[in-house]
Design a protein around this ligand. Structure first.
Ligand code: F6P
Length: 343
């Protein structure tokens, strides 16, 4: 078989490890051939294809980004979009299967194409860890580690100046990165989209910590909606698709806290640093296992499914299951973390 790999949506540490795992297993175990589509669905629509021989994936597990490039192109858009046109393009390049490596948007497109009869399978990817049907996505652990390292640094400069420090992290509409990095760095408050915490409460936690001579650290998820505000803060407007470009809520929280507590407070937006660079060991292993596993899925022609991890096992799930709603932070995880806030 000739298998086409593509990476789509926001990049994520571990994408290259998936590609390497798939190519090595496919070639060594089954004798399959591989190509890559450049820049996500754009490459599929335009037939922008590169060969992926075994030599091309050498040493890739530790490399950040994606060697195939990525985009947020919708497979149903434009003159080459839709299942009929894509089928013609696949045939022209003798591609027998497409492996879509992506998050919610990518997998939704993959699901529609598979339902229309195309040979498509998926690998879940997102630093946000917000996909149902898989306990973890690769990229999340790396983002948490990067955010933790950054917060450790904020703590030392904050302590020196007796300031309160606010760190805004990614995660879109869920608080997984904030919760885990905040817990890991010993934050004194973590604000996540799933929980409405009054600013009075945050100010109280900050004041208590300051009064006992420490530098308060507040972690804010980009999707957190403060009281009195109607929607997420999207300081950089919206994408062409209408999706808000989140970011900026940390500045709002910082200004409010400084005004309410009188403590000098500084904001840091970690932004895309959380997605860059080499994946952690955990993410390299998870991504490699996804790559190995998805090749078995293709080999067995299990179209319309994606690989996932449950506990420590690789499993297969229909796209539907992954797309059945966001995996949010459950109440018990918040209650558990809250014990650590404030004094
Ligand atoms: O979904 C991953 C993610 O990094 C989100 O956490 C963030 O809101 C978004 O992508 C940023 O997207 P972009 O790179 O297009 O600005």
């Amino acid at each position: 078989m000739k298998i086409g790999l593509m990476t789509s949506g926001g990049d994520c540490p571990g994408l290259n490890a998936v590609i390497r795992g798939a190519v090595l297993h496919g070639i060594k175990t089954y004798g399959h051939e591989f190509v890559g589509f450049r820049d996500g669905w754009r490459g599929v629509l335009e037939g922008d294809v590169v060969d992926l021989p075994r030599t091309r994936v050498r040493g890739l597990a530790r490399e950040g980004g994606t060697i195939l490039g990525t985009s947020r192109t919708n497979p149903y858009d434009g003159p080459n979009g839709g299942p009929e046109r894509i089928a013609v393009t696949l045939e022209r390049h003798h591609v027998d299967a497409v492996v879509a490596i992506g998050g919610e948007g990518t997998l939704a497109g993959a699901k529609r194409l598979a339902e229309a009869g195309l040979p498509v399978v998926g690998v879940p990817k997102t630093i946000d860890n917000d996909l149902q049907a898989t306990d973890y996505t690769f990229g999340f652990d790396t983002a948490v580690q990067i955010a933790t390292d950054a917060m450790d640094r904020l703590r030392t400069t904050g302590e020196s100046h007796h300031r309160a420090m606010v760190a805004e992290v990614m995660g879109r509409h869920v608080g997984w990165i904030a919760l885990h990095s905040g817990m890991s760095a010993g934050a004194h408050a973590v604000l996540i989209p799933e929980q409405q915490v009054p600013m009075d409460q945050v100010a109280e936690w900050v004041t208590e910590v300051h009064e006992r001579g420490r530098s308060p650290l507040v972690v804010v998820a980009e999707g957190f909606i403060p009281e009195g505000i109607d929607e997420v803060v999207a300081g950089r407007g919206t994408e062409a698709s209408g999706r808000p470009r989140l970011g900026g809520v940390g500045e709002y929280v910082t200004e409010r806290l400084e005004a309410m507590t009188g403590i000098e407070t500084r904001n840091t937006i970690l932004g895309h640093i959380q997605r860059g660079g080499a994946p952690t060991g955990f993410d390299r292993v998870l991504a490699t296992r996804f790559g190995l596993s998805v090749v078995d899925l293709v080999h067995e022609k299990q179209w319309g499914k994606m690989v996932a991890i449950r506990g420590t096992d690789m499993v297969r799930v229909p796209f539907d299951e992954a797309l059945s709603g966001l995996k949010t932070v459950p109440q018990h995880r918040w209650d558990e973390a809250k014990v650590l806030f404030g004094r």
